[in-house]
Design a protein around this ligand. Structure first.
Ligand SMILES: [Mn+2]
Length: 430
């Protein structure tokens, strides 16, 4: 029995007020797309089946290295986090799974957590390990690294933690482990760059050996931070070497924020697809660095270009199932609203990519008609696919205007009463 956090009647009432306008817009868009040879229903069906995972840590207010300003009704534990995720999913219908992070989300009774997810209609996506900070009661420190640490005892502890994450994930029904490490150096000469990478590969291979047959492991690269001179898995090259060395269950995970400014990320996507090593994405947006801003908030065109490559991959390979997750920090907004909005933006980019006239694009490329090729691609981006997204949400039982229904529901003020404010806390964003 599903326990929905928002009154379903409220969604029905709010949708009724917007239904005529949506139907009108959807029909108009359908006629427009039909003139281009595109069946709107086929696109809507794909959008209705699309999902991006929610990060459990995303429903709490994020922060920077300077401060964190918590909002009212912050989740007190992972059970509260799941309830907030269920609001995002109930209204937006594009986020059916949650990605947990250990040890932050570890509870004595993981089966009870799984049951809570089931009751809320939520599944569990990849589990994330954490060896970038020291946890209470931990024997050895990760101050100077984890999987690549010079001390074999620290490496063994980090490997054991990752294997524990797999065990916890099994209880939840997860089938993937994401590994991101903070290992690196702050000074030239501090670390032997080659040996640190070799130690990482050795540790990662021990984790890989513990993976169940139907699991995948994702290697997430990051250019800088918390180490500012070098990181051990710095870029997609290091990530690809690691994934190829580990084996067929290892894949690269691309976090949009983990690159130098202006890097052509869609080309990285294309290269990883070529090697069949693209495991998935962490979506967010940025202006200057790893800003962890809401997906699509600064550069929606880049998001579209990434999805253009993903749609190409989908067309070439029926079995391509990338793991998509939002990974962003909500510092000045209600996290639930940001997550609803970001899922919409990711889905929008997918819809825009789906309506690109790929035949015309291929033809223009073959004729070296650069202008027409660029225009053909951009036509997908400039088409307002909003009615498709809203129609897909409505068909799945969600809200035509999810943030408006969320605000009308009074969920946040209700939670602010139920959940007493706690002070302090770090940023907690990766
Ligand atoms: Mn990430």
């Amino acid at each position: 029995m599903t326990e929905l956090p928002i009154d379903p009647d409220l969604i029905v009432r709010e949708n009724a007020a917007l239904a005529d306008a949506l139907d009108e817009d959807y029909e108009a868009l359908g006629r427009q797309l039909s003139r281009r040879g595109i069946d709107i229903e086929a696109v809507t069906a794909k959008i209705a089946g699309f999902g991006v995972a929610l990060p459990s840590w995303g429903v709490g207010t994020g922060g920077t290295r300077f401060a964190r300003f918590p909002g009212p009704g912050e989740p007190r534990d992972v059970f509260d986090k799941l309830s907030d995720c269920a609001v995002v999913q109930q209204l937006g219908r594009a986020t059916p799974t949650v990605s947990l992070h250990f040890p932050w989300d570890k509870v004595p009774d993981m089966a009870a957590l799984k049951a809570h997810g089931d009751a809320l209609g939520l599944g569990f996506d990849a589990v994330n390990s954490n060896t970038f900070q020291d946890s209470p009661g931990q024997a050895l420190s990760y101050k100077y690294g984890s999987l690549s640490h010079t001390d074999p005892a620290v490496r063994a502890q980090a490997v054991a933690h990752n294997i524990e994450c797999i065990e916890l994930g099994k209880v939840l029904g997860s089938t993937a482990l994401s590994i991101w490490i903070g290992d690196g150096s702050n000074f030239p000469g501090q670390s032997n760059l080659s040996k640190a990478f070799e130690r990482y590969l050795e540790s990662a291979s021990q984790i890989y050996a513990a993976l169940p047959d139907d699991w995948r492991v994702f290697v997430e690269h990051k250019m800088y931070e918390p180490a500012f001179y070098s990181t051990v898995i710095q870029d997609w090259g290091s990530s690809l070497i690691a994934a190829e060395s580990l084996g067929e269950k290892a894949f690269c995970l691309v976090d949009l924020g983990h690159h130098a400014p202006n890097v052509n990320i869609e080309m990285i996507v294309s290269r990883l697809l070529h090697r069949k090593k693209l495991g998935g994405f962490h979506f967010n947006d940025s202006k200057y660095g790893d800003d962890d801003l809401d997906a699509g908030s600064v550069d929606p065109f880049r998001l579209f270009l990434v999805f253009n490559e993903l749609v190409e991959a989908e067309l070439n390979d029926d079995t391509f199932r990338p793991a998509h997750m939002l990974d962003q920090s909500h510092n000045v907004t209600d996290p639930i609203e940001s997550l609803i909005g970001s899922a919409v933006e990711v889905t929008r980019a997918y819809a825009q990519a789906l309506i690109v006239d790929r035949g015309a694009l291929a033809e223009a490329q073959a004729r070296n008609d650069a202008f027409l090729a660029a225009q053909t691609l951009k036509r997908g981006f400039v088409t307002d696919v909003g009615p498709i997204l809203a129609a897909a949400r409505r068909r799945n039982g969600g809200a035509i205007d999810p943030v408006a229904v969320y605000r009308a529901s009074g969920y946040r003020p209700r939670k602010a009463n139920e959940r007493p404010a706690v002070s302090g806390g770090g940023g907690g964003i990766v």
